[in-house]
Design a protein around this ligand. Sequence first.
Ligand SMILES: Nc1ncnc2c1ncn2[C@@H]1O[C@H](COP(=O)(O)OP(=O)(O)OP(=O)(O)O)[C@@H](O)[C@H]1O
Length: 223
Amino acid sequence: MTAVLMANIKEAGYSKEEPILKNIHFSIARGELVGLIGPNGAGKSSTIKSLLGIIDYFDGKIEMKDYAYIPERPIFYDGLTLWEHIHFLYSTLDVDEQIFYSQVNRLLQSFQMEEAAYRYPESFSKGMQQKAMILLAFLQRSSVYIIDEPFIGLDPKVTKTLLELIQREKDRGAAILMSTHVLDTAEKICDRFLLLSNGTLIAQGTLADIRRRSQLPNGSLFV
Ligand SMILES: Nc1ncnc2c1ncn2[C@@H]1O[C@H](COP(=O)(O)OP(=O)(O)OP(=O)(O)O)[C@@H](O)[C@H]1O
């Protein structure tokens, strides 16, 4: 199996004096979808920030070629419409124009965003902003996707489209790390899980393995 994301986090956090994360070591292979789970405050977002190189203090090593990131809270450029975001993204990618824009049109259609694309994302509803972030990320056809809690706030149709997109990218060979609390959905699609607790990796495997092995009180993770 070829690992396309390798994470060796010795320590990381918001100050060197008080690291939040310790000893988080994992890798993700081509075509693998891995769920990052754990109770509130366990360190999922901090782990993602470490992968992205945007955490204040970091000691360790992260290896990945190119990645697309879908944040939990959408971020856009001020003063650019969604179409302008799309054109800008195209200008940064080395891809065939026709294939790129036919993909854009398909995604805008499945997300029912054709009209909205002429507007500024800051005027969108929360769900529409999430859809726009998902669309911009999946157009990138990256080798790694890092997705922070994608399911909260999406309607069932959009969730279905997102799951199809994830499956498509997985089939293409992308490695995907997805943090989530929505375990019933995640269980259906993830190949395996990483369980964080108190800033460290305490178990890996299927949800059933993790349930058996982890010492976490049932209610904190599995309801
Ligand atoms: N900007 C920050 N500055 C200082 N401490 C932080 C900061 N962000 C998070 N923390 C702390 O780091 C620890 C891990 O938080 P993190 O946000 O990574 O957890 P999480 O697993 O993503 O939680 P949740 O499920 O609630 O989103 C918590 O103790 C939190 O208080």
